[in-house]
Write a protein that binds this ligand. Structure first.
Ligand code: HEC
Length: 139
């Protein structure tokens, strides 16, 4: 009887363990936001807007300020990616660090109104997207 009990405990630990592993990539443990929603609603629109906005030299202070807002929001997204048990492994954590440091570099170049510097920093930052997607986004 006792032996069945232990086998049962071990089996349920394996089942719950693997459920938690899939849940962590697509969602955190307690909060609502799906990774898909985080990407589609916050990460992708701000990333695209920065890329588009830096194609030409931003026209005025207002245009630079709008880009700074977007870089700061991308930086914030890097904290959400690491929160609530969403991070499954070192590939995820490494790509998120790249996104955090990359968006900070973009932000600083935008603050300095350095157009070419901001373009280069933006290009480097987008390597973080590919790095995480290669490891964790289903094709
Ligand atoms: C640390 C991991 C990670 C990083 C960094 C990351 N993504 Fe994602 N992204 C994912 C995962 C995981 C999915 C798949 C989510 C799902 O379908 O459950 C995804 C999906 C997406 C999608 C598809 C959303 C949809 O509606 O299906 C887009 C667009 C996207 N990411 C854009 C970006 C961009 C742009 C960047 C860089 C600025 C980025 N991502 C950085 C993990 C990441």
């Amino acid at each position: 009887m006792k032996r069945f009990f232990y086998v049962g405990i071990t089996l349920s630990a394996i089942v719950f363990g693997s459920l938690a592993a899939t849940a962590q990539v697509q969602k955190g443990k307690t909060r609502l936001l799906l990774t898909k929603q985080l990407m589609g609603g916050l990460v992708q629109p701000n990333c695209k807007a920065i890329g588009d906005g830096l194609k030409e030299e931003p026209a005025d202070d207002k245009a630079w300020a709008a880009l700074a807002t977007k870089a700061a929001l991308l930086n914030e997204a890097s904290y959400i990616l690491m929160a609530d048990g969403r991070c499954p492994d070192g590939d995820w954590a490494g790509a998120t660090t790249k996104l955090r440091e990359g968006s900070e570099a973009v932000y600083k170049k935008i603050e300095a109104k350095d157009h070419e510097g901001a373009q280069a920093a933006f290009k480097a930052m987008t390597e973080s997207c590919a790095a995480c997607h290669q490891a964790h986004k289903k094709k």
